[in-house]
Ligand binder design. Sequence first.
Ligand SMILES: Nc1nc2c(c(=O)[nH]1)N[C@H]1C(S)=C(S)[C@@H](COP(=O)(O)O)O[C@H]1N2
Ligand SMILES: [Mo]
Length: 309
Amino acid sequence: MLIKKPSKIAPSEITSETSFLNRRKFLKQQSILGGGLLGAGLIGNTQAALQPDDDLTPEEIVTSYNNFYEFGTGKSDPVEYAHEMSTDPWTVKVSGDANKTGKFAFEDIVKGLDVEDRIYRFRCVEAWSMVVPWRGVALKDVLQQFEPKTSAKFVEFKTLVRPSEMRGQRAVFQSIDWPYTEGLRLDEAYHPLAIMALGVYGKDLPNQNGAPWRLMVPWKYGFKSVKSIVSIRFTYRQPRNSWNVLAPHEYGFYANVNPAVSHPRWSQASERRLPSSVFNPNRRPTLPFNGYADEVASLYSGMDLAKFY
Ligand SMILES: Nc1nc2c(c(=O)[nH]1)N[C@H]1C(S)=C(S)[C@@H](COP(=O)(O)O)O[C@H]1N2
Ligand SMILES: [Mo]
């Protein structure tokens, strides 16, 4: 489970160039000490939740078939344009109902935390899916260092807004009211399956996948897993989330993967596992909570999941 506690991490005071190099070195060190990516670091229940035919989706597809509307709405826009975003330095604003708030360097937030490899099924609300080897830190560890107050019931995350580097934010027709915003109930955020991903396929996250860190909540539709996070806010009230604001009867706040609740325009009963082609559509049934029901269903006991979709 534990790969390595990084001993040396770039302090936020040093110059940005050094900090960039050290961040990369930090992740590299961890991967060397962790040994092979796939053999190491799987917690039992994560592995158990994988099906026998859950083959890894090739890295090529994971890093080139993306949704990241800040760079355009096409699947290949992110890989083509996300390099225009600078991720160094990366500052995260922490606000709301917590004892420790303010501005923090990304490196300082993650430096003491255990880094783990996790292979997760990943299901987009558009009905395609992948199996992805992430590397990341427990979301609970990230959040608790800010000492949330008991009044905090939810956490909200926001993506960077920087139209000069994000061409989707300069487009004439805007889909989303930036910043892209998502949220979780705090008990969901504290679930051990919820992570902040720092890497994929044993490397730092490429920009198109949400560098330098993005949420990864494998039992929910992909749109909950907000990328390139610059703001964390603790709050008593349920945050507004981008897709729900855009189309409230199509996308809810909870967005738990649920084959029994159709999207108004298509069924969610099955999914297209990538790679998929006309000759091998690779369709398979979608599982409740994306196959993680044993681990997470108790978070929602007593809730009508057709109402809280
Ligand atoms: N900031 C931001 N985060 C985002 C999105 C986005 O457009 N902007 N798209 C979401 C959707 S719909 C999905 S399916 C996943 C895709 O993640 P991936 O490209 O790493 O597969 O990112 C999610 N996070
Ligand atoms: Mo998605």
